[in-house]
Design a protein around this ligand. Sequence first.
Ligand SMILES: O=C(O)CCC(=O)C(=O)O
Ligand SMILES: [Fe+2]
Length: 511
Amino acid sequence: ELYTAVAELEGLLHTEQVVITTLGNYIYAQEQKMLLVKRYVEAYVDQYKKASKDIQTYLQNPINAYLLVKRLTTDWDVVQDLITENTAEEFIADFDNLKSSLKFPSNEDLNGAAMALTRLQDIYRLDASSLANGEINGVKYATELTAADCFELGRQSYTNADHYHTQLWMMEADKRLKREIHQTVERSEILEYLAFSTFKLGDVGLALTLTNKILELIPTHERALRSKVYYEDEIAKINSVQRKGEDESIGTIQNNIEARLLYGPLCRGEIRLSDEILAQLKCRYVDNGNPFLKIAPFKVEEAYLDPQILIFHDVMADHEIATIKALAQSRFQRATVQNLNTDTMVAIQHRIGKVAWLTNTEHKHVKDVVHRVEDMTGLTMETAEDLQVVNYGIGGYNDPHYDFARKGEKNGFKNLGIGNRIATVLFYMSDVPQGGATIFPYLDVALWPKKGAAAFWYNLHSSGEGDKHTRHAACPVLVGSKWVSNKWIHEDGQQFRRPCGLKRPSPEYTA
Ligand SMILES: O=C(O)CCC(=O)C(=O)O
Ligand SMILES: [Fe+2]
C-alpha cells in the first residue's frame, strides 16, 4: 500500500539511502579483504619468479628455504582464513536488522505500482516505447527502462491476467533486449510470456511461431515443447470447427479498457466545451450579502451553468493547506468506497488514494475552512460531514460516481446528518503537473486542480432527487501528487437556506 501516495514513497527513498550505505560498506570490506589476498599472491609470485630463475641456488639459501616453508604454512593459513572468513554473515545480520527497522515495499506494492503505470498508459495513450524511454508526453522525467524492467511490467500484468499489457511490455522487453550489450533478462523467458499472452488474446498461430523461436534458442525447453503440442492441437481444432470466443477474462479486461477510453479524451484535455457554452460562462465577485465579504469577496468562476458548477478561487490559504495535509498524513488509511457490485477486489481498486477525516475541533484552520464553506455556499455546516482529505499518488484516481446516495443504496457517509448529500465542495490543495482532472463525463467538463481553489455544485435537484448530470470522476494522476478535500453538505437543515421545490433554482448570488 506504499505506492499509492507520493508522501509514502519518500519513506522508501530513505530506505534506499540506508541500503546504499550498507552495501557500500559491504563492498569496501570485501575489497579490503581482496586487496590483502592480492598482496599475499603478489609476494608468492615474486618469490616464485626468483626461485624459478635458478632453483638450486635459491633453495640452498637457508633464508629462502625458511621463507618458502613459511609461505606455505602460516602465510597460507592467513590467506585461507581471509578467504573463508565470512564477512558476508555480518552484513546479512545487518540486512535483517534493516528489514525490520525500515519500510520495504511488498510484492503487492510492486504490483500496484506496475498497474498504475499500465492504467496511465491506457488513459493518457502513452506508448510503451516512450514510457520505456522515461518520457511522458514528450517530457523526459525518468531514466530509461532496461529489458528486465519492461519484462517485470509484463510479468506483473500477467499475474493480473492482463494479457493485453503482458503482450505490450514483453514486446518492448524483447525490443530493448536486442540493443543491450549486457543483457538483463533471458530472451526465452520473454518469449514464453509473449507466446502465452498472444495465445490468450486469440492469435494461436503467432503463439506457435513464438514458441518455435524459444525452441530454436533452447531445443530441450520442456514447457515450450508442451506448449508447441498444445498450440498445434488448438490450430487443428480451429481448422475443423470454427473456434468459439476466447475465455471471458479477456472480455472483461477489454471492457475495462473501453471504460477507460470513454473518459480518456476528457482526462487528456482533448474535449472542450463548445464556444457557445463557453461564451455564457462568467467570472464575478461574490459576497452573498455577507457584510464581511463586502471587503474581500469571493472570486467565483462558472465552470458550467446547468447544473451549475462553480469554482471559487483562493479559498484555502497555503498555511491552512499545510496544516490539513499534516493532520491527514498522520492518519492515512487506504481509501475505501462502498461498492454496490459487491466485487470486493474491484472495490479497492476503483479509488486509489489515501483518505483521512478531520473534525472541526481538531484545529483552528479546519474550523476556519469549514466556516468559509458556509460563507461560500450559504448552507449550514451543522449537518455536514467531517472534512475528507485525499492524497492521490501516481496513477491515483476515482472512478465515475455520484456523491449522493441512490435509492436503496446504503450510504457510507461519515458523521452523517439525516438526508442525502445535497452539495459538494471540493478543495484543491495542490497543483498537478500532469493529469488528475475532475471530470463530469455527461457534461464534457474537466476541472484542472489549482491549489487553493474549490469546486462547488449541488448533487440534488431542489426536489431532493439526485441530479444525474453530476456524475463525476477523478482522472489518474500522471505526474505529481494530488491533494483534495471534500466537504459534503447534507439536506437536513437547509430548508430555509435552499428552499425545496420541484424545479432546481439557480443559487442566487449578489454580485
Ligand atoms: O479528486 C477529485 O477530483 C474528485 C474526488 C471525488 O469526486 C470524491 O472524492 O468524491
Ligand atoms: Fe465525488
